[in-house]
Write a protein that binds this ligand. Sequence first.
Ligand code: PEP
Length: 250
Amino acid sequence: MRKPFLAGNWKMNKTVDEAVELAKELVENVGDVKDRDILICPTSLCLTEVAKIVKGTSVKLGAQNMSFEDSGAFTGEVSADMLLAAGCDYVIIGHSERREYYHEDNEAVNKKAKKALEKGINAIVCVGEKLEEREAGKAESVVEDHLKGAFSGISGEDAVKITIAYEPVWAIGTGKTATPEDADNMHAFIRKTLADIYDEAAAEKMRIQYGGSVKDSNVDELMARENIDGALVGGASLKADSFARIVKFK
Ligand code: PEP
């Protein structure tokens, strides 16, 4: 059985004080949860302070991005060691906004995934097609390409430590959600692709989150689907009550 995994990506929102306030509210709203994993990903600047709030609670801490380099002259970058020292358990890799605005390609995503594995920080690797790719009937081939790129040279033993987030780009922040059926079909395709790269046993173990306008009003029907193991939530994770309701999906 795959443990449900609900993650909030706060993107470039919240000052340190606001992030601390939101984390406090969320911890209170969520309470003690054992049967699902809960994660919040504030900006790097807020990690140290938010870590103090979530320590010892059911809420884990993650970063939104990470360098594939260890240290040195890489202005503006943050390393895996820095994230671990700040209290992070997780890091999001290859979010579509990183791919689109900062030109992160499959090779960079792959290097980051390998660095995360080397350093022992849990990676959430994002994959997903753009609207024009879906309309051209290329959704599956784009997702397959993202997966093969991200997992290139990674063993099956390591691959199972990685979470995948399927995020159709056209559904992110737009209010448009893939239907639960469409999302589940793509998740099944992702699992089949993982079984082809590795084997059925590895593919069965791996958690696949859905992301794209997940809200308290649609989370239940998404989470009811066989291959949807969790959610990566943007906008609706910025309010403690809505994210707490998402975490408490039925
Ligand atoms: C995301 O940030 O990964 C995301 C899916 O955003 P939203 O929930 O706002 O669509």
